[in-house]
Structure formats: C-alpha cells, structure tokens
Design a protein. Sequence first.
Lengths: 280, 402
Amino acid sequence: MKLLRIIQAALCVLLLLPFSVGVSLASSGGPALPQQSWGFHGPFGQFDTAALKRGAQVVVEVCLACHSLKYIKFDQLKQVGFTEMEVNALASTAGKNRKDALLSAMDADAAKESFGIVPPDLSLMTKARKGYENYLYGILTGYLKDEDKAAVDRALEDDTVSDAEVKELAMLLSMDPHHPDKIREVARRIKSGDNFNKFFPGNFFAMPAPLAADGQVTYRDGTHGSIAQMSHDAVTFLAWAAEPTMADRKSAGIKVILYLIVLTVMLYAVKRRIWARIHH
Amino acid sequence: MFKSIMAWVDERLPITEVIKSQAIEYPTPKNLNYWWNFGSLALMVLIIQLVSGIFLAMHYKPDAKLAFDAVEHIMRDVNWGWLLRYMHATGATFFFIAVYIHILRGMYYGSHRSPREILWWIGVIIFFLLMATAFMGYVLPWGQMSFWGAAVITNLMSAIPVIGEDLVVWVWGGFSVGDPTLNRFFALHFLLPFVVIGAVGVHVWALHAVHSNNPEGIDLEHKDTIPFHPYYTIKDLYGMGVFLILFCVFVFFAPNFFLEPDNYIQADPMKTPAHIVPEWYFLPFYAILRSIDFLGQMSKLVGVIAMGAAIAILFVLPFLDRSPVRSFRYRPISSKLFWIFVVDCFVLGWVGYNPADAVVLGSLPIVYVGRAATAVYFSYFFLLWFITVFKIERPLPVPKSL
Ligand code: HEM
C-alpha cells in the first residue's frame, strides 16, 4: 500500500501548493501584506478576461505615463481578449500604434529630472518582488488617505508630536510605536510632501500615488473604478504581462501530470508482478 | 537479418556481451530498498539538464547587454521556451535533491567503505563538478542574484594569500564581474556537464567492478543476488515515474518556487540587493563560510577553508569510519549521530538563508546558531572516527547472508 501513500502525498503536494506559494515571505518589520485572492493562482486558476481588459486600461491610461512594459506589444493585447479595433484605440490613447511595445512616453532623462530615478519596467514586476501580486497590490493601495494626511498635519500643528499623538500615528502608519523618534521623523517627511507608502520597504519612495481618486479610470465595461478595483485589475494585468504563457503552462501541466500518474500506476503494477517472483 | 548484423558487429565490438553482462544479467542484491533509486534518478535529471540546456543554448546570448532579454525571449517568444527554461531551472534543484539523498544513502549504509572507496571518490568529484556547473548556470540569466551571487562567491578567492587578488581579476577577466565573466561562465557551463557525463561513466564502471552495497552492508553470496533486468529496470522506471510527477508539479505549477524574485531584475552593478542569498543547495556551505567571523583578518580565509573542508572531508570518510560493520542498521551510536547530522544540515541551510545579522528566538544572534551547527557538522566526522577507532560503539549482531 506504498502506492496509495505515494498518491496521497502527491495529491497533498498538488493541493497545498497554491497555498504555500501564496504565503508571502514578508521581510522583517513592516506590516503584513494584504492577502488578496487571485483567481489565476493554483493549478487550475486562469485569468479572468474582463479583469485583464480592465487592468490593461488602467495600466495604459495611468502607469504608462511613467513606466514601460518593454516585453509587451499592443498587438499582444489581443491575447487577453481585445479586438483589433480596441487594441488600436488603446494604443492611440498612449500615442502609439499597435505594432509598438508598451513604452512610456517619458524618457529616462525626463524621469530622472522629475523623480530622481527612472521608474522600473513593469513587465516582470509581479515576479520581481517578494510577496508578488500581494506586494504590488499593497504598493498601489498602501498610500495615506486624505484624512490620514490631515491627521498627520494636525499632529504636527504645534511642531511637537506628543506621546499620545505618536501612538495614534503609529496605528495610522502601521509603524512600531516603540520608536517614537522614527515616527516623528516620518511625520515630518509626510508633511513636507514625501510619498509615504505602508508597504514599501523604508516607506518613502519616488512614486506619487498613481491611483489616488475613486473613479480615476472610467472603465469601458461600466465597472465602478474604486481604488481597490483599479489596483486589483492593474495587478492582474501585470501578472499576465509577467508571464503571458501561464495559461499554456497550466493546461499542459494538467495533461502531463495525469499522463505521468497513469504511467506510474501501471509501472507500479508491473513492478509488483515482476517482484512477486522473489521470495524474501 | 538483425541477428546477422549484430553477429557481425559483435565479432568486432562485443556490444551484446557487454549489455548482457552489465545491464541484463548483472547480479544485483535482491534486498535494495528505495533509497537505491536515487542514482538512476540523478542520471535521469542529468539527461533532462543536457537536453533542455542544449536547446536553451540555441536561443541564449552570453552577452551582459543581451542575456537577460534573451532569457525573457526564451520565456515569451520561443515555442515551448518557457518549458525548456523552467525544466532546466527546476532540474538543477531536483538534481541536488537526488544527489543529496544519494550521498546520505551512501553514508548511512556504509557504501563508501572498502572496497568502494574509488567509487565514492568519483562520486564526490561529480558533486564538486555539479556545484560548479550549477553556480555558473545561475549566473547566465544575468539577474541581480546572478550578478551579486557571482560577485560574492568569486570574491572569496581573494582570501587566498599572495595570489588571491590577481586570481580573482584573472577569473573575472576584468576588475569586476562583467561581460567577460559571463562569457567564460557560459563556455564552462556548457562544457562541465559533459565532464560530468564522463565522470558518471567511470562511476558506473567502478560500481560494476565492486558491485552494489546493500542495506545490510554485508558481502552477498550469489544466491542473494538477482539479475538487474527485469527486477531493477522496472523498479528504477517506477521510481522515475514518481520523481517525474513531483518534478512536473514544480515545473508546471510552481516554477518560480526555487527562484529568487530579485533574479527577475536585470543585473545592476551599481545597486546591491538588500540580501544576497545563494541557491538553496549551497545554503549549508554558505552558512559554514559565514559562521567563521571571529578570527579578524583571517576570518575570510578560514571560512573559505572550512567551506571547502565541509565537502572535501567526504573524501576521507572511508578512512574515518573504522567499524567492522558497514551498515548503520547495526550501529546504534552511528545511526543516531547520522540523524543529528541530517538535522544539522537543515539547520545550517536555514542559517544560510537568513541575513548574517539576523536575530532569532528573541535575542540570539543567528551567527551563534551557525557556529554551533558548524561545530556539529564537523563533530559528526570526528565522532564517527572516535567511536569506531576506540571501539566505543558495539555493533549489533550482523547476519551472514540474507
Ligand atoms: C549538470 C547539469 C546542469 C546543471 C546543474 C545546470 C544548472 C543551471 C542553472 C541553475 C541555471 C540557471 C537557471 C535559471 O535561473 O534560469 C542554468 C542556466 C542555463 N544552462 Fe544549465 N545546467 C546544466 C547543464 C546544462 C547544459 C548541458 C547546457 C547546454 C549545453 C546548459 C545551458 C544553460 C543555459 C543556456 C542557461 C541559461 C538560460 C537560463 O537561465 O534558463 N546547462 N543551468
């Protein structure tokens, strides 16, 4: 009955993988990443076409102002379900035609001037950070809301941050309340206009909140563009862009593994037959 | 027709005779357990690596400006390119899984003991070659971890007195890891697997000269052996099926499980990653290297020596163990030491994975764990010698035959 045990073990691995891969290796410090559900995770998970199309719209209309996706051409967007007409329309919103790659209109020098850094290419971004999709979602949603910013300003009004205010800010900024000096420093930087993000390691970076207003993107399919919705869609699209062959991979994988299981069961049966001749 | 052609060939090159005596009738112990499957599994992964590697090499460009894009080109544009690359990257991991189990099997059942020393030594050489091959292969995608891993590891050579600094420059082909380094690593990464193939040939030759050990660790009479075919051909095939299922689960459903996210960022010599980690299969040795940090100026050199010694000590293992009994089945102390050693390897791996300045269990700097685990690692070899040379261990009675 070793065979049964092996099949059980293999099944367990198959079943557990989607969970174990999703577990983020959150680096020390920093708040835990938001754990979103991603329909395309797991052996049977595939991309949701509607979400991909919405995400493509967010990425082209918003992110492409600063970032490129150099490995993707507009034409390839047909693979996510756009018609040729839609592809042309999308390309023209970015001032491109469908044969072009998704390159930002902002060149490296201009970016350096504005941000002090060239915004990284997004084609591989969901694979290039610990926490993967959840990290990206965290980055897009981890900025302070207007009322949080107001609270920071209020705390700094009299130029000193009292211990009570430190506690409040620690909650607000998801920071460790045991380091009041650090919190005071962070509050000052927020007030001076630096971009604070709960989930970016070190909290401050050069990207101003790209998705800051409810309804910033008017979806063609009529879905309401809340910040959470836009972020989820954009990350879904970026996950596709990081690996457009994922669908092929998983469908091939299911066939290959089923085939191997049948083959292995048969090999085991033959092995038992042959070894039955040996008396221990 | 076929018979007469074979007869003609056999008169000139005795193929039939060799296959018959070495693969069909070849007498094999009848009591081998499933731990004996891992040799053929390692061979299977070697073939997977060779085939996928050669096809990858047809699309890859060993140029610092092009390499990263070339791997993405393979992933996105080459037909089944993603499969080639994921098989190759996952294959490296499964190669080490197979080889580590294979080595531990030998250590537990005393397969390195007389008369199998040369067989064992060739195995250790293969292990060295494999580590070199995997290390250089990991540099080829030219991501951040490729670059910085290569920088950290090659830099270790600078610890060698007198010639160290010049040696590193010579290996790099410049004053830092760069395009020339990538180029030569590609050449060597292409070459070394074929050297491994040669070494595997000698390994099997040596095996067939002295024959397999077995779980009892005793010399068998002819009645306790069975022909290799069909008994072990079918058992090996079955093992390959199980191993391939596991392998394919990772290739198709979690191909990035063993890859570092940082390696999807193109190499940038100006930007050091927050935390440089080698591939998992190097972690125990990396931990040993880093745990020697208390000797001031000498730390680096001694660390490198300790890391090398951790593997090289396998060469003398056959002479350290003086017990009259091979198999740990009959050796109550050795078998306990063995399992402590195995757990210790995992502890070292965990230490190697963490940043050098990490603090664990509240307030314990992880280097202390690393130093203790390093001491345990080497103590295993010392104690094995100690308890056998002074006959402290009393082996249980061993059967004369099966
Ligand atoms: C001993 C067997 C081998 C081992 C352990 C091995 C290991 C590796 C590893 C770890 C990588 C990096 C994978 C990644 O992160 O993408 C790699 C890449 C590569 N290997 Fe091998 N390899 C072996 C044999 C071969 C052979 C025989 C060839 C060709 C003749 C080859 C060609 C390549 C190429 C072109 C790459 C770069 C593409 C890529 O990164 O996927 N390898 N190898």
